[in-house]
Design a protein around this ligand. Sequence first.
Ligand code: ZN
Length: 151
Amino acid sequence: MVHKYLEEQAGIRRGQWTNIVDEALVLLQKDHNTSLEQIKAVMQELPTLNQVVESIELVHSQGGDCFIVSDANEFFINSFLESRNLSKFISRVETNRSYFDEQGYLRVTAHTPDPHGCKLCPPNMCKGKILVRFQNTIFYSVVLILRNRVI
Ligand SMILES: [Zn+2]
């Protein structure tokens, strides 16, 4: 539905998700005068599953490391974590990069700009390779994967 709106109403072409989000952000800020604070407020109001928050707090209280591997972006995730006071529980965030361009607009770009070679994942990031990299850095006897999405 979002894809359809962006393509039909906003003239944004179909393509890779990160590029679509980037184009939508420019459209919102440039053509619809949406402020950064308004974008941040939306991210801070996103619903979350209480069980995910409780799990993060539990893992942290037991000395575990909590990582976020997400196809969102740094600005969205940091806004979300900040609003729920969860940043202190998160050791590392692997997601698409966010930055401000020369006009001051919030933009996003791929986590992995170069081809990662995985045919299962979208071109912007391979979550499997990121998890393997974590495991190669520090051995974890237990890895829990939590999803904050109702399917
Ligand atoms: Zn992959």
